[in-house]
Design a protein around this ligand. Structure first.
Ligand SMILES: C[S@@+](CC[C@H](N)C(=O)[O-])C[C@H]1O[C@@H](n2cnc3c(N)ncnc32)[C@H](O)[C@@H]1O
Length: 273
């Protein structure tokens, strides 16, 4: 008798696995996306069918393989200067208010930094407004669950189609233009890359961070989590804000109705009381 394959059960298994690890809810109807994104992993192990690969994940796969699955399915969409008003707010309001006239050190955290465009945009704004050469001292922590995204972020190399929106004088000041094999690519200059520390952190895991931040960017990731997970996450993150520090969420992510002890200044801008 040919064995009947329950494809729906395989998709449910993947959806539950990804939810368990990342709290990202891949809704029903994402079957084509799941199949396409896991195709490379299947081929890498020589499996011919999606079902065989799922059986492998159920029975014998190691943690590294599970990380590949989460990496492949966690959506990493991002861009330089995305939701630009947050960066203007950072240098125009948040930092001037927090630092006053005497403090010259600050820390910013880009939690869920994807392929690095967000923390590097923070670096560009800080470099423009708080130059190290004038005695300012700042560091950026940039974290994500996806090792693949972090690999790209650490390299800091972007093809020219990712550079749209970056002002040309910033491209000149903050990027090296690629030559030879790297024609059409730009690399963030070392002086800025050195100011950004990349680390893998699962925001839903048991992590500790060794400092406090004036501003935390946690944007376009909470949208994947359910309300109680969002509440726990924001409570945990706000432990790492300095008094009166700011949390910025994605434009479509609201914390209204959550008990998190932050004051909403305007949509997607929150302040620790
Ligand atoms: C859509 S991108 C957002 C990138 C950037 N913050 C922005 O707004 O442009 C979402 C990122 O969240 C990351 N992510 C998803 N679940 C996560 C988790 N549990 N912990 C940390 N990062 C997570 C994904 O890997 C992805 O890089």
């Amino acid at each position: 008798m040919p064995q009947l394959i329950d494809e729906a059960a395989d998709f449910d298994f993947i959806i539950a696995l990804v939810y368990d690890r990342s709290r990202i809810r891949l809704h029903d109807g994402k079957q084509a996306l799941i199949r396409a994104r896991l195709g490379k992993r299947m081929r890498c192990h020589g499996f011919e069918s999606f079902h065989e690969y799922c059986e492998f994940l159920r029975s014998r796969a190691d943690e590294e393989e599970i990380t590949h699955v989460v990496d492949a399915l966690a959506t990493n969409f991002t861009g330089f200067l995305r939701e630009r008003d947050h960066f203007d707010f950072l240098v125009g309001e948040a930092l001037p208010k927090l630092l006053g006239s005497s403090r010259r050190r600050m820390n910013v955290w880009s939690a869920a930094c994807a392929t690095g465009e967000e923390p590097y945009t923070v670096a560009f704004f800080l470099a423009e407004h708080y130059p190290i050469t004038e005695g300012w001292d700042w560091q950026i922590l940039a974290t994500d669950i996806s090792t693949k995204a972090l690999g790209k972020a650490t390299a800091g190399v972007y093809p020219d189609d990712r550079m749209t929106g970056v002002p040309p004088d910033w491209v000149r000041r903050h990027f090296q233009r690629g030559h030879g094999d790297w024609t059409g690519h730009y690399r963030v200059k070392a002086a800025l890359r050195e100011r950004v520390r990349f680390e893998q952190i699962n925001l839903l895991g048991a992590y500790e961070v060794d400092r406090e931040f004036e501003v935390i960017f946690c944007r376009n990731v909470m949208i994947y989590f359910d309300r109680s997970t969002q509440e726990q996450l924001v409570r945990h993150l706000s432990r790492y804000l300095v008094p009166k520090g700011y949390l910025l969420t994605g434009h479509s992510e609201s914390l209204s109705g959550l008990s998190v002890g932050l004051r909403c200044l305007r949509p997607s801008v929150y302040q620790k009381s």
